[in-house]
Design a protein around this ligand. Structure first.
Ligand code: C2E
Ligand code: MG
Ligand code: MG
Ligand code: MG
Length: 276
């Protein structure tokens, strides 16, 4: 079991930061160059099937391995990437890299490994978003159902525009999941209207699921909702056996969290894969 590395964590940038404009500008310049310098990396966190401990999917999580700043976590640069539009090229790179990885692992281990990628609302709203996905799938000749697209409830603010995009995604046969489920401005009507395959229970509910009756009720309800609608349900942020026991009893299919593994470098993910 791997524990969270104790890392000094501070916020590099927030959208509402007004204090030091020059810092933000220099960070933007660094991020712009990071793409060319190949300082962006995908880490892979395993998702465990609780029914028999099988494993067939990872979530891809972005890291910026900056020479001058060290390893920068996504929450410290994705808001900046969104505000500057850099998220489009970064997001396209994430999709390509994930598709290529699916192909490489299939070739190396003859295993179909599903990879989930996080999609920012801005990226989702690009007119060529579907084309980017289609092109990557074709370029690496992967099974579309090995690619999972994680969206957040933030998108649901604009249901009318989101529905045709999601339908086209589904026509491609990729998997669609809702990340951080239950934390946004949820409306059950979008659950009905959207072609959703997976609900990801937000880690804020999982954290105290064993001790807090409300978290327990919410978690159980999301699991039932998913089940009744024929969706897969995965719990995020599982850190100990007690949480796992609760989730198993509640019939949650999958779990992801430090209890199983932290997000792994590509090399470490391959080691993990070989172990299964
Ligand atoms: P998320 O998609 O909800 O990802 C889950 C976050 O929880 C990740 O943080 C992961 O490292 C962390 N985590 C995993 N297991 C545990 C656990 O047991 N306990 C706790 N406390 N945390 C756990 P990370 O990697 O820092 O990513 C943060 C967020 O940044 C992600 O939240 C996602 O919204 C965003 N993000 C990451 N990669 C990308 C990307 O490629 N594109 C976009 N647009 N957003 C990304
Ligand atoms: Mg996610
Ligand atoms: Mg999440
Ligand atoms: Mg999140």
């Amino acid at each position: 079991r791997v524990k969270e590395r104790g890392k000094a964590h501070y916020q590099f940038y927030r959208s509402d930061m007004t204090s030091s404009l020059s810092n933000v500008i220099s960070l933007e310049t660094k991020l712009r160059k990071a793409i060319q310098k190949k300082e962006l990396k995908l880490y892979y966190q395993p998702q465990i099937d609780l029914n028999g401990y099988t494993f067939n999917s990872f979530e891809a999580l972005l890291r910026w391995e900056s020479l001058s700043l060290g390893v920068v976590a996504p929450n410290d640069f994705i808001p900046l990437a969104e505000d500057t539009g850099l998220i489009i090229s970064i997001g396209n790179w994430v999709i390509e890299t994930a598709c290529e990885q699916i192909k490489v692992w299939k070739a190396l281990y003859n295993k179909d490994v599903r990879i989930a990628v996080n999609i920012s609302p801005k990226q989702f709203q690009q007119p060529n978003f579907i084309e980017v996905i289609r092109t990557s799938i074709q370029k690496f000749k992967i099974k579309p159902s090995m690619l999972e697209i994680e969206i957040t409830e933030g998108l649901m603010g604009n249901i009318k525009e989101a529905i045709p995009i999601l339908r086209k995604l589904k026509e491609l046969d990729v998997i669609i999941s809702v990340d951080d489920f239950g934390t946004g401005y949820s409306s059950l009507s979008y659950i009905k209207q959207f072609p959703i395959d997976v609900l990801k229970i937000d880690q804020s509910f999982v954290k105290d699921v064993v001790t807090n009756a409300k978290d327990a009720a919410i978690t159980t309800t999301i699991i039932h909702l998913g089940q009744n609608l024929g969706m897969e349900v995965i719990a995020e942020g599982v850190e100990n056996k007690e949480q796992e026991d609760f989730l198993k009893k509640a019939n949650c299919q999958k779990a992801q969290g430090y209890y199983y593994s932290k997000p792994l470098t590509c090399e470490a993910a391959e080691q993990f894969l070989r172990g299964f």
